[in-house]
Design a protein around this ligand. Structure first.
Ligand code: AMP
Length: 377
């Protein structure tokens, strides 16, 4: 069985490692000779929108992607030759923040107040609707806080618009949330759905820094709504594979932020903290195999290693820590690896995080400051 993966970054690398373990041959398409997945997969070095790249993976049994913005032409060409999972509609929605918001609204899922901002005039009108402060986000290809500008005063709107290149965008009201959480699930070809434990996430300057799996008593009751929302997205897209939805928790209510039609950074902890990790379950789903149990094995957290002064050696000395190194050239703001930490109790986990120099997961108070979240924007 051969799986073609569009994109060769760290997600493709971890998918490829899981693929080898369960007897699947991974093929990745990525233009960079240094793609993180290249050492662990058959690497087709080429652009994702180049038909020669598509030809090179035409013999695979199923195709998937590690990016939300996989080119529509590539997906359509591949779909004539093999199943593409999740399907073209999922990529069309996840690759466009406006389509994402429309889907949430169709399904009765709350979002921040938002408006289309494809022109400066749209942006002015949108700001009237959503109010200030607001955040302007590119509709396509923004990630890790890139392609976003906070607008605090009306006078800042034109500069924000220009600094994003005047490209199609949406404008959202800034939410004063209690915490950020995500819900991940896998759906099989037969419609079987498995949810992992919900995850609490801490971002800094738009980049995910830490995630922690939540025990049922820590979800403040939102878990049921989260499953219902994510289940409805899965059904409506007739989705196959792993899906992640990021939410803001506001007074016990969930407000959807965005979805990712792929394995997700806030699910990396599942490799060590759940009976079956997200990478294996994504592969099981897209190859039509039964899904594995997603049962939580115990208190688990994940710390992203970001930037240039990251020392892998530091983590070898931390008991219970498991290092995943992506083989990327370090650069400011770039994710170069992550560490998963397991412990017997929540207190032990917090203690380990503190001793490792990352501090425990933040309190709701600390993470609700708008400055903290958008300091670098
Ligand atoms: P995104 O790329 O949409 O996931 O945004 C990155 C991060 O910016 C989020 O995880 C939040 O920390 C913050 N953020 C994005 N949109 C909003 C919003 N409407 N209100 C408050 N914070 C936001």
């Amino acid at each position: 069985m051969r799986v073609a993966i569009l994109g060769g970054g760290q997600l493709a690398r971890m998918l490829s490692i899981a693929a080898h373990r369960i007897g699947i041959e991974p093929w990745v398409v990525d233009p960079s000779p240094e793609a993180p997945a290249a050492p662990v997969a058959r690497h087709v070095q080429g652009d994702l929108d180049d038909p020669r790249s598509w030809e090179a993976i035409a013999h695979c049994d199923v195709a998937t992607a590690e990016i939300d913005h996989a080119p529509g032409a590539a997906l359509a060409w591949l779909a004539d030759r093999m199943p593409v999972r999740p399907g073209a509609r999922a990529f069309a929605v996840a690759g466009d923040r406006l389509a994402e918001k429309r889907l949430f609204h169709e399904l009765g899922i709350d979002t921040a107040p938002c408006a289309q901002a494809d022109s400066l005039e749209d942006l002015w009108n949108g700001l009237h609707r959503v109010g200030l402060p607001a955040v302007l986000k590119l509709r396509r290809e923004g990630y890790d806080g890139r392609g976003q500008r906070v607008i605090r005063r009306a006078e800042e709107a034109s500069a924000a618009w220009r600094s994003l290149g005047g490209r199609p965008a949406i404008v959202e009201g800034l939410i004063d949330f209690d915490r950020e959480v995500s819900v991940l699930a896998a759906r099989g070809v037969d419609g079987d759905v498995r949810f992992w434990s919900p995850v609490e996430n801490r971002h800094e300057a738009g980049i995910l820094r830490r995630s922690r799996a939540l025990a049922p008593e820590e979800t403040g009751g939102f878990e049921r709504a989260g499953r219902r929302f994510v289940g409805s997205v899965l059904e409506s897209l007739d989705y196959v594979g792993v899906l992640a939805v990021e939410f803001f928790e506001v007074g016990g209510r969930l407000v959807a932020n965005e979805l990712a039609c792929r394995v997700h950074n806030s699910g990396h902890w599942t490799e060590e903290g759940a009976e079956t990790g997200q990478f294996e379950n994504h592969l099981r789903a897209i190859t039509g195999r039964p899904l594995g149990s997603t049962r939580l094995l115990g208190p688990t957290a994940m710390v992203n290693l970001v930037g240039i002064d990251v020392s892998p050696e530091h983590w070898h000395a931390v008991p219970g820590a498991r290092l995943h190194w992506y083989g990327k050239r370090p650069a400011p703001g770039r994710k170069v690896g992550h560490v998963t930490l397991r412990a017997d109790t929540r207190e032990d986990l917090d203690g380990t995080l503190a001793r490792a120099g990352t501090g425990p997961m933040p309190t709701a108070e600390a993470s609700s400051s708008v400055e903290l979240r958008h300091g670098a924007s």
